[in-house]
Write a new protein. Structure first.
Length: 121
């Protein structure tokens, strides 16, 4: 079994696609629209964003609205990556992991994601 796609619910697929495109450099899928948008990675992995009416952002770290999933990204420099992503519209929760080589941020739709300088555990 091979993973081929990850799709995130959100209120504005094109806006969330733009955030992740700027963050990752992935190419937009040519048939992206206001209801479903996506990014393609060279190895075939598709990162999708689908419009959900009444979308409620996760409330991590509490579970009033569960996160349901998070994505981890490996970066070379945590401070640089964090600064760039905050400039693109990411948020930074007060609660952070106890690992010095990891940070948790949230995308503009509220999904938590991790930055790490090494493999995720």
């Amino acid at each position: 079994m091979t993973i081929s796609a990850i799709t995130l619910d959100c209120p504005d697929p094109l806006a969330l696609m733009a955030f992740y495109q700027q963050a990752t450099g992935l190419e937009p899928h040519p048939r992206s629209d206001a209801d479903f948008a996506g990014l393609n990675r060279e190895d075939g992995l598709f990162l999708g964003f689908q419009r959900v009416d009444g979308y409620r952002a996760p409330t991590w770290p509490d579970q009033v609205v569960p996160q349901q999933l998070h994505i981890c990204f490996t970066v070379e420099n945590l401070d640089e990556a964090e600064g760039r992503l905050l400039g693109l519209g990411a948020g930074k929760p007060d609660h952070q992991p106890n690992r010095p080589a990891a940070r948790v941020l949230t995308d503009p739709a509220g999904h938590p994601f991790c930055l790490s300088t090494g493999p995720s555990a």
